[in-house]
Ligand binder design. Sequence first.
Ligand code: HEC
Length: 173
Amino acid sequence: MKKLVMIVALLAIPVTAMAWPWSRDLMNQPSIKPQEGSVINYPPNSVPVGGLRTKVADRDAAETMVNPVAPTKKSIRMGQALFRIYCMPCHGVTGKGTGPVGKIFELQPADLTSDYVKGLTDGWIWGTITFGSYIMPHYGYDTTSTERWHLVNYIRHKLEKEPVAKPTKGGKK
Ligand code: HEC
């Protein structure tokens, strides 16, 4: 009897084991998950619906790019809106690298108002957003090329120039 129980128990294991962890079963699909675009090889002669990320090879190649978008009020305003969606969680509303999500990283998010970032080229910042950095994730699939230049304009012409105060209480920004 003991033997039979053992055999039944052993037979039951692989079924359970293979399905573990059950809570993630539906997550493991061939669909593209957020921020996972780069692993996909598109079929020949096809273009993804959202367009290609960029023709620029990598961040090094982007370094000498010249910002084609004039820093108009409208561009800076667009940049600010995008910044608050994509960058603020880590770099903070002031850009000083004190966002709540940024705290979890071993290497802290860069202070975007620092002399170090002021010394980076516009192209390098655009490339950092497009391709990510050492720890920082890439946002090349989430933003268009022009949107990334708006972000550069916001950093250059607003964040670096006039420190932004924390949002006032009551949610007014
Ligand atoms: C998930 C957190 C996170 C988000 C979101 C994020 N960053 Fe970063 N960023 C970091 C971290 C961490 C570093 C420093 C380490 C590194 O270079 O990877 C960094 C570094 C940088 C640097 C300096 C790169 C260098 O060469 O040293 C720039 C510029 C920058 N971020 C801009 C941005 C902009 C603009 C956005 C929004 C589009 C953004 N970051 C969104 C985490 C983030």
